[in-house]
Design a protein around this ligand. Structure first.
Ligand code: ADP
Ligand code: MG
Ligand code: MG
Length: 253
């Protein structure tokens, strides 16, 4: 599925370019959920931006492929069309644009990039209704402008709605759990668990072990100093929660 080999990347303008990723390697096979944990400033968000092609980041070495296809050479729209999806750490408000319009536009952009026809209005409405029902989302909420006046929990459910509508092939959640109460956390976890699929891979970036009580990862990786310094099973997250990062950093050094 996702294969990252020796990836290095910088951020910032040429003269002040700063190396953030430094020889990072990581494999996420189809059907698996991998967690990435690591100290603040380790490069976790940078990794998600480099994978989705955000501007301002330059790849200086290594490779990343999705199902064998080089993704680093693709523009962000092509990557989205291939099914890469990055959740937002801080959801943006889009005044004047209803949720359904926003999601339908995103779906059609994805289809267009794949050379597929737009989804018909009745098909879209049926799918939207099915997903909303599954998530216990009020249909009225989908007619309101994106995130405007939504509670933290509502924003999260909306993000899961978007995810389920777009049916990404590879999902990256970057600290989607920051600042969530327990109910919103469960919403996120239920959504992610519902999207587990033998053909789909997921990367869950988190600071806190508690999300992993609800989303059981197949592997836990520690990202520090721009690379993966340790990989373990789910219990590694518990150990990090107890001991902090000093122990694994010491072992790696
Ligand atoms: P994490 O998500 O692990 O907390 P980030 O990937 O956000 O870490 O950041 C990694 C490092 O890169 C930090 O030291 C951060 O200050 C730096 N960084 C990120 N974006 C920029 C930028 N646009 N310009 C300069 N430095 C940046
Ligand atoms: Mg951070
Ligand atoms: Mg971050």
């Amino acid at each position: 599925m996702l294969k990252i080999t020796d990836l290095s990347a910088t951020v910032g303008e040429d003269s002040e370019a700063k190396t953030i990723l430094n020889g990072l390697s990581l494999d996420v096979p189809a059907g698996e959920v991998h967690a990435i944990m690591g100290p603040n400033g380790a490069g976790k968000s940078t990794l998600s931006y480099v994978l989705t092609g955000r501007s301002g980041y330059e790849v200086t070495g290594g490779s990343a492929t999705l199902n064998g296809e080089d993704i680093l050479g693709m523009d962000p729209e092509e990557r989205a069309a291939k099914g890469m999806f990055l959740s937002f750490q801080y959801p943006v408000e889009i005044p004047g644009v209803p949720v359904m319009t926003f999601v339908r536009t995103a779906m059609n952009a994805q289809r267009k990039a794949r050379g597929e026809a737009e989804i018909s209005a009745p098909d879209f409405i049926k799918k939207s209704r099915d997903v909303a029902k599954m998530l216990n989302l009020d249909a009225e909420m989908l007619k309101r402008p994106v995130n405007v006046g939504f509670s933290g929990g509502e924003k999260k459910r909306l993000e899961i709605y978007q995810m389920m509508m777009l049916e990404p092939k590879f999902l990256i959640l970057d600290e989607t759990d920051s600042g969530l109460d327990i109910d919103a956390l469960k919403t996120v976890a239920d959504g992610v668990n519902a999207m587990r699929d033998p053909s789909r891979g997921m990367l869950v970036i988190t600071h806190y072990q508690r999300l992993l009580d609800y989303i059981k990862p197949d592997k836990v990786h520690v990202l520090a100093k721009g690379r993966i310094i340790k990989t373990g099973e789910a219990d590694l997250a518990l150990r990090l929660e107890k001991e902090g990062y000093d122990g694994v950093l010491g072992e790696a050094a």
